[in-house]
Design a protein around this ligand. Structure first.
Ligand SMILES: NC(=O)c1ccc[n+]([C@@H]2O[C@H](COP(=O)([O-])OP(=O)(O)OC[C@H]3O[C@@H](n4cnc5c(N)ncnc54)[C@H](OP(=O)(O)O)[C@@H]3O)[C@@H](O)[C@H]2O)c1
Length: 343
């Protein structure tokens, strides 16, 4: 064990999110990677999956091989339903271990809603109330009191960052909100071809889960903490690009609230948040600026129709929407500088 560093294990290291996480952690000055875990690739080197990872790291092994005694933090980047089983086994036995789960397992506070949404009966119901759903910018003050952090979904990160401050300051109407999001196909993980079998995958823009997408549940949950009256339509799309999310959010500002008040409120809210950039209003915005970074860029445009605005929000789904945000949460959890290892 290296002094001054926390000992970390990554479960699901070979996935799209896991590889990004390992790459960032391998360069983090306060982290020592102790174990990298997989289910089907035991014994392989991580570089077999990603040559960009330069550091010599332990070979892939089973989670059951890990010696948990000196571990400070376990990242879980596994398919939905797996993290809850792992955390259930470790939580009370190893009280020094903290957990950052990148799946949906601890995002939904009500286990009945979780089952309805994910079609899985939760295996660690008693631990849900001990966890914290954390968008790092929003939950900064609460995070240090928790051992289980639920990293938010990628679409919900791009959507909540602009909307939460505007709801809290009562600047926009709570209904008639339309959220149109577009994501690269890496959002579905490395087996995306099995998940999306429609024709012309790489030349097609594809609307899916139109009547209800699972990520709406975490949005409804977090919005209801501000007001039960908030209602929205969420329509996600897959576009023929590997990574990146653009959310176009159509809202109505309240009467007597000026456009500049809305822009300035977001600027002020995020002025001390390194990773959030409020761009020039009424300007175009693309995911290209934020690819391979932990940044979220937001731009607001005023539409011709009275009081109607469109808020554009872009992130890299694999970084700010997953591994980067998880490291940001880790930095807050262990009281490191929030941006450490992410610049
Ligand atoms: N992709 C995104 O943009 C994104 C964004 C935010 C959150 N997430 C969430 O993050 C998690 C990982 O996503 P991903 O896109 O990286 O998925 P992925 O590419 O499919 O990777 C899944 C990882 O989990 C491992 N694994 C699969 N089944 C396992 C099991 N039963 N036990 C232990 N390990 C197992 C796989 O290892 P082997 O194949 O080596 O066995 C692989 O390393 C998911 O819950 C996803 O919903 C994804």
């Amino acid at each position: 064990m290296l002094k001054n560093r926390i000992n970390v294990v990554v479960a699901g290291a070979t996935g799209y999110v896991g590889l990004g996480l390992v790459n960032l952690l391998s360069k983090h000055p306060k982290v020592s990677i102790q174990n990298l875990c997989s289910k089907n690739n035991i014994g392989k080197k991580i570089q077999y999956f990603d040559k960009n990872i330069k550091k010599k790291l332990p070979k892939l092994e089973k989670l059951t091989n890990v010696n948990w005694k000196n571990i400070d933090l376990l990242f879980l980047s596994l398919p939905n339903g797996e993290a809850q089983k792992v955390i259930k086994n470790l939580f009370y036995k190893y009280k020094n271990i903290k957990f950052i789960d990148l799946s949906s397992d601890f995002r939904i506070e009500n286990h009945i809603l979780y089952k309805k949404n994910y079609n899985l009966s939760h295996k660690a119901k008693d631990l849900i109330s001990k966890s914290l759903y954390s968008i790092a910018e929003i939950k900064k003050k609460q995070i240090k009191d928790h051992r289980i952090i639920a990293n938010p979904g990628c679409y919900p990160t791009s959507i909540q960052l602009p909307l939460i401050p505007l709801f809290k300051k009562k600047l926009i109407k709570l209904n008639n909100i339309t959220i149109d999001s577009k994501s690269g196909y890496s959002g579905a993980g490395k087996n995306y071809k099995k998940k999306f079998k429609y024709k012309n995958f790489f030349n097609s823009t594809y609307a899916y889960s139109v009547n209800y997408h699972r990520h709406a549940a975490e949005l409804e949950q977090e919005f209801a903490k501000i007001s039960k009256k908030i209602s929205f339509t969420f329509n996600p799309h897959i576009i023929p690009t590997f990574r990146g999310i653009l959310s176009s959010i159509y809202v109505y500002k309240k009467k007597n609230v000026s456009f500049s008040k809305i822009v300035n409120t977001l600027k002020k809210e995020y002025s001390k948040n390194y990773f959030i950039k409020i761009c020039k209003p009424n300007n175009p915005l693309g995911t290209g600026n934020v690819i391979n970074t932990n940044f979220c860029e937001i731009s607001i445009s005023q539409l011709k129709s009275k009081n109607k605005l469109v808020i554009l929000s872009v992130i890299d789904n694999l970084i700010k929407g997953a591994s980067g945000q998880a490291i940001q949460n880790m930095n807050l959890l262990f009281k490191f500088k929030e941006s450490l290892g992410l610049k």
